[in-house]
Design a binder for this molecule. Structure first.
Ligand code: TYM
Length: 332
């Protein structure tokens, strides 16, 4: 039976890349009626320093973002990673299955550790084994993510395969990444060759889910483009990363294909297209940020939702950890 799991780090602001590459698609999977679990991965967040008060606030704000975007805590299981101890328990087993060399090849590790790897946390290095545990502790079969997480899902598959092989069992499923749609890699508004990210020092490079209408419109107006008019088919965007990014965002926000969008706007100048995009972005995003702000007025309600989500998640995860311990030979 299919089961979906995905997670987002509560570190810094949710941005348009997180929304289009992940969150909006979580809502799609929930509404398709597939059993779905979505978590705030606070244990992943602390692989780099987080101020405790900021972490608490970011976790609640992310939960508010999940709900405001359309995740229903009755239908989906929404929870905070550290509240389900089974993630950490299974992660330890996977630390002993995964190889150092696998971790060393991860591009996210290389990017985040930078030049001074000796000074990076051990948790940052082991990050993908915890991510594999997030997924496999529920025997999840499908993981909706943006393009940048593909390598981590492949590593999750490698861990499942090696565990099953080493212990001679067919226990963990081989998970599929689900990377679909026009916006699996939203790029910086300032540089179409860089991914939109919360760590970019320029706030103008991204649209935050908490930005107000004026800020969204201003960032889109200032977004980098080229001087040419829009082409009438997707092929015409191949060598134009900044233009392609804006069209991809338009397509994803309006639930259309890139070709559909270009059929309407092909031939227009950016001076005409950008206000259309700004209006669309404000129309789609401002109800979410308004609802987030409303939910944040009562954090105790959010905490209650996360507690009940964690209890439901644990019902699935606990037997999987018990069975894993048995397979490994740990006396129960
Ligand atoms: P994180 O928190 O960096 O990002 C959350 C989700 O947003 C997607 N994303 C993007 N998609 C399109 N364009 C972008 N510019 C962009 N930036 C981010 C990410 O691909 C991701 O889907 N390791 C994960 C969190 C994680 C996880 C998991 C995911 C932990 N455990 C288990 C799935 C399953 C991460 O750092 O995502």
């Amino acid at each position: 039976t299919p089961r979906v799991l995905s997670g987002i780090q509560p570190s810094g602001n949710l941005h348009l890349g997180n929304y289009l590459g992940a969150l909006k698609r979580f809502v799609g999977s929930q509404n398709d009626g597939i059993e779905s679990l979505f978590c705030m991965v606070d244990m992943h967040a602390i692989t780099v320093w987080q101020d405790p008060a900021d972490l608490r606030n970011a976790t609640r704000e992310l939960a508010a973002g999940f709900i405001a975007a359309g995740l229903d805590p009755e239908k989906s299981i929404l929870f905070n990673q550290s509240q389900v101890a089974e993630h950490a328990q299974l992660a330890w087993i996977f630390n002993c299955v995964a190889r150092m060399g696998w971790m060393q090849r991860m591009t996210q590790w290389k990017d985040k550790a930078g030049k001074n790897q000796q000074n990076a946390s051990l948790g940052l290095f082991a990050y993908p084994a915890l991510m594999a545990a997030d997924i496999l502790v529920y025997h999840a079969t499908h993981v909706p993510v943006g393009e940048d997480q593909k390598q981590h899902i492949e590593l999750t598959r490698d861990i499942a395969i090696k565990f099953n092989h080493d212990y001679g069992v067919e226990f963990f499923p081989i998970t599929e990444p689900v990377i679909e749609g026009a916006a699996t890699r939203v790029m910086s508004l300032r540089d179409g060759s860089k991914k939109m990210s919360k760590s970019d020092p320029s706030d103008a490079s991204r649209i935050n889910m908490t930005d107000d209408a004026d800020t969204i419109a201003k960032k889109i107006r200032k977004a980098k483009t080229d001087p040419d008019a829009l082409p009438s088919e997707a092929k015409g965007l191949e060598e134009r990363p900044d233009a392609r990014n804006l069209v991809n965002i338009f397509a994803a926000l309006s639930d259309q294909s890139v070709d559909d969008v270009l059929r309407d706007v092909g031939g227009k100048q950016f001076s005409e297209f950008k206000p259309m995009l700004a209006d669309l972005a404000v129309e789609k995003l401002s109800p979410i940020s308004t609802e987030m702000a409303r939910l944040m007025q009562d954090p105790s309600e959010i905490d209650a939702i996360l507690r009940s989500g964690a209890a439901r998640a644990r019902e699935i995860a606990a037997p999987v950890v018990q069975k894993t311990y048995e397979i490994v030979g740990m006396v129960r």
